[in-house]
Design a protein. Structure first.
Length: 268
């Protein structure tokens, strides 16, 4: 059983929901990332979503765009991201890692080579923002061969027919994007999220994670009541930006101070 599947199964058994923080790898520098990841686990992360920095992150708002810039300026490459994950895996073999990114750098690296190296580094899932299900066949095969789960995005405007097609390709979990727009959205309507998640339940048995616009413990808890997991990005990435000149342990603490209350409120 994949690490992601196992994680959601264990959570379901104990009546809990997955807390999935997102950070951009190499932000502010590659030397920071493992320490920050350890902090996220300590604060109660069940899965970690790691972004591969990209120069044109079209689904991202300003907060994550700037994180990509900091990371690229510090020399983060695809290979570097994988070595960061391998480093984390030396002492953590239980937390599933989902790599999030855009197609271009991976196409350049080579899909097969990337999928093989990702597996070797300890990656469990991959979320490629601009991979449409129509184009997916070859790419999907490279990841399948390596038992890497394919996480797909579904949005408020995805039709039921398309959602079904996407869910049939997906494994691990599906990611419901709570709002139309980019990451770091200000407002999220819990009632509308619940309605959409309920209708997705008729299409798929996969766990459903919800992300975009979750920035406080109250919202995280409210969303977790109608989904299987919550994904939290920009509020954490913003805390990295605000503390980027501090020691890495200090940054890790700042992120824990945001994530731990979410964990508490979700489990309450
Ligand atoms: O930042 P937010 O609003 O908390 O949303 C999570 C999101 O950042 C993370 O999952 C993510 C970062 N970049 C993305 C690109 C597409 C979809 C999702 C993402």
């Amino acid at each position: 059983m994949s690490r992601i599947k196992q994680c959601f199964a264990q959570l379901a058994e104990s009546g809990k929901k997955a807390l999935i923080p997102y950070i951009t790898a190499g932000d502010p520098t590659p030397e920071h990332t493992v320490t920050i990841m350890n902090g996220l686990v300590e604060a109660g992360a069940d899965v970690i979503e790691i972004g591969m920095p990209f120069s044109d992150p079209m689904a991202d708002g300003p907060v994550i765009q700037l994180a990509c810039e900091r990371s690229l300026a510090a020399g983060t490459s695809v290979r570097k991201v994988l070595s960061i994950i391998a480093e984390f895996r030396k002492h953590n073999t239980h937390t599933p890692i989902v790599l999030m990114g855009y197609l271009n750098p991976i196409e350049f690296f080579g899909y097969q080579a990337f999928a093989n190296s990702a597996k070797e580094a300890g990656v469990d899932g991959i979320l490629l923002v601009d991979l449409t299900p129509e184009e997916a066949t070859d790419v999907v095969e490279c990841f399948r061969q390596n038992d890497i789960d394919l996480i797909y995005l579904l949005s408020p405007t995805t039709t039921p027919a398309r959602a079904k097609k996407i869910c049939d390709l997906a494994s691990g979990y599906v990611y419901y994007v709570s709002v139309k727009g980019v990451t770091g959205a200000a407002e999220l309507d819990v009632d509308s999220v619940k309605q959409h998640v309920d209708s997705l339940r008729e299409i798929t048995d996969l766990p459903i994670g919800v992300g975009f616009g979750i920035r406080d413990a109250k919202t995280a808890a409210a969303v977790s009541h109608c989904a299987d997991g919550v994904i939290v990005g920009s509020v954490l990435v913003n805390a990295i930006a605000e503390n980027k000149d501090q020691p890495k342990e200090y940054i890790a603490d700042a992120l824990q101070a945001i994530l731990a209350p979410m964990r508490n409120e979700m489990d309450a």
